[in-house]
Structures are given as structure tokens and as C-alpha cells.
Design a protein around this ligand. Structure first.
Ligand SMILES: Cc1ncc(COP(=O)(O)O)c(C=O)c1O
Length: 405
């Protein structure tokens, strides 16, 4: 006989704040496909689900590492050839004053470690709205309240500097910038980066520059690293193999801490404590970092070519469809069109999935200004799939709201 009656094991209440709309919607999609419908996926940013392949020389490097017995734990910061290659890449990006470099299980783990190493209870870090939900999930885990700044749709989704100034408090320790941006596809100008660096100087902020899409710039813009415009300012720059090198399943990311050495030293020590506590990142996969950063980059030409034409198709569709408008994305593989509809975008997205089997994510899953509705589109699928999906959305809107506004 048990001594006490069994009770439900409740999950921690702080998890109530964790949202991950991208994966949450996948449960509804699973139901729809169980009923035998083919889903048109515009939801998950995994290029390997579409006509993109990991460069073969990277696969060879990992395979060789495994055959060569690199299957034990790695050093906590990462293997030396990988760290050297990341430093070299940082130098090519114009990042100087590097104080530390480390490899993690994806940028996801870097973000987790770097926010954990910074924040005390009662402090906060500014995150963008809309944002990539990893940041708010980690902050929820740390019990840190969200303090979001708007990206300004009227200004091509650039950070709203006035809003940032309004949101800064004496307890604000840092600020996150995702550039190129998920979910909007925007790319920051040099002037914007300089203005952000100036704010950081004035308010003693640590900047987190998520540059995981830095090689996926779709037009002739130059990608400028935030750390490169401000060598004196403490910056953690995130990069990895998931997007630029088409290997998200390997879970390889990294962080580069730059800035004045005496200013960042205690923080670097804290990050390294966390790195040691979780032992190491995936070991054999780290052997792909050096060939990725120093070897042939041919795949990028093909990837950018495909993305450019899929972006163009997406923008053309948005601009020719009633109730839809879109700031043209300039980097990554996301578009964030605005919907002029008389209902919330989460209802829209769910009904679209149930009725037309098109899966996109609602703007409210990323954050948006009150009274606005958006859709995040991943334009990784080929033109045929995109055309079918956009046709489905247009038909759905016409049936639901009538022909015109
Ligand atoms: C802006 C951004 N940061 C980080 C990540 C996670 O990257 P990783 O696969 O390296 O964990 C993603 C994945 O979509 C992303 O869009």
C-alpha cells in the first residue's frame, strides 16, 4: 500500500511564460496530416527539410573525426582548430578586442549560458519584439521579466531607438539584437549599429548580437557585425553551423566575447564556469567548424540564389494580395507580412491550417504591436510549393473575408 495518494507532478509555474509557437503549432499540424492531408510547410526554418544539403566536405570532416576516435568529451570551450577558425572568422568580420571564444550545442545553448551568466533576479535584458522565441523562453526559465523593444515596421523593421531609450531602466544589463532578423528578414544599417553601441556605452550594457544568418544576405547589402563598429563595447556575437552551413541537426554554435578586457573579465569567468558545468558541446561535429569557415563557400552562392528568387516570389505575392503587405526581407529566409484582417492572427493561422493545410506561424507567437496582425512565412520551400501555399492563403482569405477590403 502506498503511504500517500499519488498526485499529479505539476510543472514549474514559471514555464507558463514559455511560448514556442513554431513547435506548438506542429501538434495541430500532426493531427491534420494524420487525417491524410498533405501540409504545405511555411513554418520551420530548417533548410534540410527542403532542397538544401549540408556541404559534403563538412560531412566528411565529421565522419573522419568519428573514425579517428574523437568521440569522447571535448574541452569545455571547444577544440582548438575550431576556436582558431572562429577567431579567424571574427577577424574577417572586423571584430577586434576578442576576449573569449567558445563552442556550444547550437546558438541556443550559447544564448542560455550567456543570459544565465549575466542576470540576477530583478534585472532585465532588452529583447526585440517581434523576437525569436528562444530569448523569452530562456528568460522565463531564469524568472526574468520580459522587457521588449519594438522593431519598427514603418522603418523597415529597424530597432526603434526611442522605444529602447524609453524601456531602459537602472536594472537593464543588456540588449539583444538579431541581425539579420528572424522573423522579419531585416538587416541593420551601420548607423543603427553605431547608435545602439552608443546607447550601450552610455548605459553600461552588454550587447548580444545574434548573427546566425550573417552569410544569408539576399541583396547587395554588406553585413556589418555589431561588435565591429564598437571594439570598446562588451558584445557577445553568436554564430553557428545551423543556417549558413546547413547543418542544424549537428547542434553547433559559438559565442565571441569582445570589448574592453578589464570590463568583461568577470563575465568571461562566469560564462566559462557555465561552460565547464555542462561539460562540452558535441565533439565530432566541432571538426566541421574549421572546414566550414576556411574551406569552399560555393554552397552559399546557390543558397542565396534560391532564397533570392523565393523571396521575390513571396514579396510579389504579398504586394498583389488584398489585405496583405510586406516589408521586403533582405536577409535570412523569413518574411513577416502584415495582415489586415478582422480577427486575431492565431485564429487565422489555425483555421488556415485546418481548412487549407498551409502551415505558417502567427505574428502573436513572436510579439507584435497591439492591434496589428502578422504572419511569419519561411520561404525555404521551392517555388512550386510556395505558389501552391500562397494560392491556398489567398483563396482562404477571399472565402473568409470577401474579395476586397
Ligand atoms: C535568430 C536565431 N537565433 C538562434 C537560433 C537557434 O540556432 P541553433 O540551431 O544554432 O541553436 C535560431 C534558429 O532558428 C534563430 O533563428
Amino acid at each position: 500500500m502506498p503511504l500517500t495518494q499519488t498526485r499529479e507532478i505539476s510543472a514549474a509555474s514559471r514555464l507558463e511564460k514559455v511560448r514556442y509557437a513554431i513547435r506548438d503549432l506542429a501538434c495541430v499540424a500532426a493531427e491534420v496530416s494524420k487525417q491524410g492531408h498533405k501540409i504545405l510547410p511555411l513554418n520551420i526554418g530548417d533548410p534540410l527539410n527542403f532542397d538544401f544539403q549540408t556541404p559534403p566536405h563538412l560531412i566528411e570532416a565529421v565522419y573522419k573525426a568519428m573514425r579517428d576516435g574523437k568521440n569522447g568529451y571535448a574541452p569545455s570551450s571547444g577544440i582548438t582548430p575550431a576556436l582558431d577558425a572562429i577567431r579567424g572568422e571574427a577577424a574577417r568580420k572586423g571584430i577586434t578586442n576578442i576576449q573569449d571564444v567558445f563552442v556550444t550545442s547550437g546558438v541556443s545553448e550559447s544564448v542560455d549560458i550567456c543570459l544565465t551568466a549575466l542576470l540576477n533576479p530583478g534585472e532585465d535584458v532588452l529583447t526585440p519584439s517581434p523576437d525569436y522565441p528562444l530569448y523569452s523562453a530562456v528568460l522565463a526559465k531564469l524568472d526574468i521579466p520580459l522587457n521588449t523593444y519594438y522593431l519598427n515596421e514603418e522603418d523597415g523593421w529597424q530597432p526603434d531607438l526611442d522605444d529602447i531609450r524609453r524601456k531602459l531602466t537602472p536594472r537593464t544589463r543588456g540588449m539583444v539584437l538579431i541581425n539579420p532578423n528572424n522573423p522579419t528578414g531585416s538587416v541593420c544599417s551601420r548607423k543603427m549599429l553605431e547608435d545602439i553601441a552608443e546607447l550601450a556605452r552610455r548605459h553600461n550594457l552588454l550587447l548580444f548580437a545574434d548573427e546566425i544568418y550573417d552569410k544569408l544576405i539576399l541583396d547587395d547589402d554588406e553585413h556589418i557585425s555589431l561588435a565591429a563598429v564598437a571594439p570598446d563595447v562588451p558584445v557577445v556575437t553568436f554564430g553557428g553551423l545551423s543556417k549558413n552551413y546547413l547543418a542544424p541537426g549537428w547542434r553547433i554554435g559559438w559565442g565571441i566575447i569582445s570589448g574592453d578586457s578589464s570590463q568583461v573579465k568577470p563575465y568571461v569567468d562566469g560564462v566559462n564556469k557555465m561552460l565547464r558545468a555542462r561539460l562540452c558541446a558535441n565533439h565530432p561535429e566541432q571538426y566541421a567548424i574549421q572546414p566550414a569557415l576556411e574551406g569552399p563557400q560555393d554552397h552559399l552562392v546557390e543558397v542565396r540564389g534560391k532564397l533570392r528568387s523565393r523571396r521575390d516570389l513571396t514579396v510579389k505575392w504579398c504586394n498583389s494580395t488584398p489585405r496583405v503587405s510586406c516589408v521586403p526581407p533582405r536577409g535570412a529566409f523569413y518574411a513577416y507580412p502584415r495582415l489586415d484582417i478582422p480577427e486575431s492572427d492565431d485564429v487565422f493561422v489555425k483555421e488556415l491550417l485546418l481548412q487549407r493545410h498551409v502551415l505558417a506561424v502567427h505574428g502573436s507567437g513572436f510579439g507584435e504591436k497591439p492591434g496589428t496582425q502578422h504572419l511569419r512565412i519561411v520561404f525555404l520551400p521551392d517555388e512550386k510549393t510556395l505558389t501552391a501555399a500562397y494560392g491556398g492563403i489567398a483563396d482562404f482569405m477571399q472565402a473568409r473575408y470577401g474579395k476586397s477590403l
